[in-house]
Design a protein around this ligand. Structure first.
Ligand code: G3P
Length: 216
């Protein structure tokens, strides 16, 4: 399963990229607003740090407007992936852009039927928001399982990008279902390395090593 960082913070992206674990980045208008940076400049900087897809979201709601914005965004770097909302205009834009060789991430997906539409529109990625789905009394991971089943039934190539990931259990469940990608805040990705027995083990080994009086 590929790991994308769901952030627009350069320091976090650099730190994760240095681990070799980072396969891409996802941003959205809220994350850009939080960064306080210029959208296009920031996107260019992120694309220079990470080789994989970097999602940059359009804000127009009509097809023509989305195409205009996508034209500007896709010129920023070869690894820009245009993010469009799950609407008729978004799907129309997805079809036009992927036919033209661009990567497209169809975002704000909350049902398996929506994911079916994204695949039929030729999306590179579909982003089901599991955390927000859970928040509203639904089962986010059941949604991922349904989408996996449907995509496998018809051999759709659209990658399932599990988004709105809130904790390690989401990551584990997404991997068990066979999602292609998950995107999570940097803190969630870094948290995956933690285990109380790992910390305890290091502590014990170091205490015993100190008794030897040796150094390496
Ligand atoms: O990138 C979109 C998505 O991951 C948002 O997550 O935590 O705001 O629901 P969240």
């Amino acid at each position: 399963m590929k790991f994308f960082a769901d952030t627009a913070e350069i320091s976090d992206i650099k730190e994760l990229a240095a681990t070799g674990l980072l396969d891409g980045v996802t941003t959205n208008p809220s994350l850009i607003a939080k960064s306080g940076r210029d959208f296009k400049e920031l996107t260019k900087e992120i694309c220079g740090i990470v080789k994989g897809p970097v999602s940059a979201e359009v804000v127009a709601l009509d097809h023509e407007g989305m195409m205009r914005e996508a034209e500007i965004l896709r010129k920023i770097a070869d690894n820009v992936c245009i993010k469009v909302p799950m609407t008729i205009d978004g799907l129309k834009t997805c079809k036009a852009l992927t036919n033209d060789g661009s990567m497209v991430n169809v975002t704000l997906c909350f049902s398996a039927n929506q994911a079916l539409l994204a695949a039929k529109a030729g999306a590179t990625f579909v982003s089901p928001f599991v955390g927000r789905h859970d928040d509203n009394g639904f089962d986010g991971m059941e949604l991922i399982g349904d989408i996996r089943l449907i995509y496998d039934n018809y051999d759709f190539r659209t990658e399932i990008l599990v988004a709105s990931v809130r904790h390690g259990i989401h990551v584990l469940q997404a991997a068990k279902i066979g999602a292609d990608v998950m995107t999570a805040p940097p803190a969630v990705i870094k948290g995956l390395v933690k285990h109380v027995l790992t910390d305890k083990g290091i502590e014990g080994f170091l205490a015993d090593w100190a008794k030897t009086g040796q150094s390496i």
